[in-house]
Unconditional design. Structure first.
Length: 149
């Protein structure tokens, strides 16, 4: 009987972890350690190691205790879309691409991050090619890649 119970618990644990969102944790933190609450003030601000928390298996840093408390009160309001990977790359190629944490957009109350390096600013492409249609495409693509590594 114990063997069966152990097997069931192990299977449930594996299923739960297999469904967990894959966050872009470059530098060990979501949004590369930038304070996700500050984006909603139209600022890209690095967080401080003194103010950290874990949500949905990902570590987040904040610039202040007030911002940490704000996040803890409603984390789903601040978590970057598509696990913090480049929104344009998810839409265009269905690929997880790292971001420049200072290249972002708040759209419909959600945070989107973008790649911006080597003369390629995907936020510009996102807007030029039609952000609303790309967002719909990214929403669909994300369902197939959100748990892949």
């Amino acid at each position: 009987m114990r063997t069966i119970a152990f097997f069931i618990i192990a299977l449930i644990s594996l299923t739960a972890s297999a469904q967990q969102t894959d966050y872009n944790l470059k530098k060990g933190y979501a949004a590369e350690g930038y304070d996700v609450t500050e984006y909603f003030n139209n600022k890209a601000t690095e967080g401080d190691k003194k103010y950290t928390t874990t949500y949905d298996g990902a570590k987040f840093k904040f610039a202040s205790q007030a911002n940490l408390d704000r996040f803890k009160a409603a984390p789903e309001d601040f978590v970057p879309q598509y696990g913090g990977y480049c929104a344009y790359a998810i839409a265009d190629k269905g690929k997880k691409v790292s971001v420049d944490p200072e290249t972002f957009e708040i759209r419909d109350g959600k945070l989107y991050l973008f790649y911006n390096s080597w003369g390629v600013n995907t936020l510009d492409k996102w807007n030029e090619e039609g952000a609303e249609s790309l967002k719909k495409k990214a929403d669909i693509e994300w369902q197939s890649v959100r748990t892949k590594n």
